[in-house]
Design a protein around this ligand. Sequence first.
Ligand code: ADE
Ligand code: ZN
Ligand code: ZN
Length: 275
Amino acid sequence: MKRFIAILSLLFLPLSDAWAWGQEGHSIVAEVAQHRISAATLDKIGKLLAAESGSNAVSLASIASWADDYKFEPAGKDTSGWHFVNIPDDQPSYNQARDCSKPCLVSAIEKTKQTLANCSATPDSRRLALKMLVHLVGDIHQPLHTTDRTDVYTSKDDRGGNDVPVTFFGKTSNLHEVWDTGIIMRTVYAWGSYVTRLETSWFPGRDLSSLTGGSTADWANEAHQLAHDVAYDAPDDGILGVKYFTKASPVVDRQLAVAGVRLARILDQAMASCS
Ligand code: ADE
Ligand code: ZN
Ligand code: ZN
């Protein structure tokens, strides 16, 4: 019986395990980016994707969650570690030797950026790099994708809050899932309306010049700090409601908006080199 239960829980593992912003978060980041990329970039992306989509029309949102399916396919199994970088919660910042000795989110963004900008790479590999990049730039802005906490008693790491049970407005969840989807869905249920909300209420009057710079490691450090200060600042009883949401929601807004701006810039830069 024990074996049966173990096999059953393995079967359901991918469903219960949270891996990334949910589809909504990735769509929001991609759409914010699409509003900001140049016409030339849009045109080149359309041509690159056309072999697969059969059309030159571009919807970055529609490709933004592909990477979360790909890691479960045989061809993509080596990419599952690309979706996070576990900078320990008790450490101040990213250390490549410690946190990325195997491929991680930071190195995966660098690698896919290079492939996309490499005009001699095959269209297939550039297309794969594009789809990865649109997804991974979202992931690196999800605070709990840049950290984990080690339990002092069991010495087990919590996989960015995946192993921290909570209730969120009465619903059973885990801390990671609350950040992947819970806060977003509670704010605005439809991702398109979330984008409209950011465009009409978050962006106007905002000085973005200081946000577009910085290295991939800087973005990981920024998200890691937010995880420490906000995401992990949860009550011990794991009961999350208005107080937690009120502090977390502006951080989620900011991270989704900034991720979109940065993604647009990366795509403009990477696509500029090839015709
Ligand atoms: N698996 C292990 N650590 C993780 C993290 N920080 N985010 C998502 N998945 C993980
Ligand atoms: Zn992911
Ligand atoms: Zn996740």
